[in-house]
Design a protein around this ligand. Structure first.
Ligand code: FE2
Length: 376
């Protein structure tokens, strides 16, 4: 049974009213930015980049920016009660607020999006300091998540105006993470197509893949997913919605605990998943486990691969193949007290898909975690 539908591998004909160069940064609202920054440095190998807070004249929030190759995370906490950031944390726990997109023209991107029906978040705003100027604007997407368009061609500072370089004595080495491969949104039942339409009609994205509940189901739970991508293919946003199953799916669990729609996982790419995952594990990052039986018929399923199956099995790394090559992937346990957001580590060796062949093993692993939490 193969119900995977390849809708459009050729996105060159995409209407480019909003060309996007790539992911600019991801901002998480967290309850303790200082400790979160320490965690992402220590556990994931991010490097200190920039800081904004009381010492830089910001009175209402503190933000640490950490970087690893092309991945930039902002970790922001409020400094006072009754703030919007605090409300966000109270409602959702720690989570992604901003998926910032790097554009050449943040004003046009905003105007195009608004004229096509996007909900306003931030008017085009120029910010400047000694290192030049940045233009930013923003729109809402699913839940309370926003896209901020960042135009930085006239800026040469460390990150953004208002931030100063964050210099630290403690600088753990990186773990080989390179760039954001994709970011997945969980939306409410029946709303996936609404957000697919949003990315098509407002952002000019194309649907590149679709999975229905027959693709993504176990004995107990199911979900559906469609993958949206921009013109250059650097932005990939799978959108998940729960499907009817015997028990509560991971997407429903997320929606319950996040108390709304939001970012489920951030997939980050590495050029050497064995080295990266070995390092992450040694630093305390916890991953979902698949049973050893997964590896027994692995090679007959995916064909020849460069990696040693025993090593993959020891680390719990999953493999899948499509028409163009294969990929290796592994998923962390949720990184927050609420069972909401997690990370995926992915290495692509030609494959441009998302590991459909691993869905069943993966979701059974998630169900084992859910059972421990009493949320299945
Ligand atoms: Fe993923």
């Amino acid at each position: 049974m193969d119900t995977l539908t390849s809708v459009n591998h050729n996105v060159a004909d995409q209407k480019e009213w909003m060309p996007i160069n790539g992911t600019d940064y991801i901002e998480l609202y967290v309850s303790n930015s200082k400790q979160a920054a320490h965690y992402y440095k220590t556990a994931f190998g991010f490097q200190s980049l920039a800081y904004a807070g009381l010492e830089t004249g910001i009175r209402d929030r503190e933000s640490y920016v950490v970087v690893q190759d092309k991945i930039r995370l902002i970790l922001t906490s409020p400094l006072n009660s009754g703030s919007e950031i605090g409300k966000h944390i109270d409602d959702h726990g720690d989570g992604v607020k901003v998926i910032a997109l790097w554009v050449d023209d943040a004003t046009t991107a905003y105007e195009q999006a608004i004229s096509r029906g996007a909900r306003h978040f931030m008017y085009p705003t120029e910010e400047s300091d000694d290192f030049g100027k940045v233009m930013r604007s923003g729109i809402y997407t699913y839940g309370e998540v926003v896209h901020i368009f960042v135009e930085r061609k006239e800026y040469h500072g460390i990150f953004l105006p208002g931030f100063r370089k964050w210099e630290t004595v403690y600088n753990p080495t990186d773990t080989g993470l390179k760039y954001v491969d994709h970011m997945v949104g969980n939306v409410a039942m029946g709303r996936m197509n609404e957000w697919v339409d949003f990315y098509e009609k407002v952002m000019g994205f194309k649907q590149i893949l679709s999975f229905d509940d027959k693709d993504i189901s176990t004995e107990y739970t199911a979900l559906m997913s469609k993958v949206m991508s921009n013109g250059n293919g650097r932005i990939k946003f799978p959108i998940n919605e729960p499907a009817a199953g015997l028990k509560k799916s991971q997407v429903e669990e997320y929606l319950d605990f996040y108390e709304g729609e939001g970012v489920q996982h951030i997939a980050v790419a590495t050029n050497n998943i064995i080295e990266t995952v070995t390092e992450l594990k040694s630093r305390g990052v916890e991953f979902l486990k698949v049973p050893k039986s997964y590896y027994e018929n692995l090679l007959s399923r995916v064909g020849d691969i460069d990696e040693d199956v025993h090593t993959l099995s020891e680390l719990g790394i999953l493999v899948d193949r499509d028409d163009e090559g294969y990929l290796l992937q592994i998923f962390t346990k949720t990184v927050n007290p609420r069972p909401t957001m997690f990370f995926e580590i992915i290495q692509r060796k030609g494959a441009n898909s998302f590991g459909k062949g691993n869905f069943k093993a993966l979701f059974e692993a998630i169900e084992r975690e859910q059972a421990l939490r009493g949320t299945l």
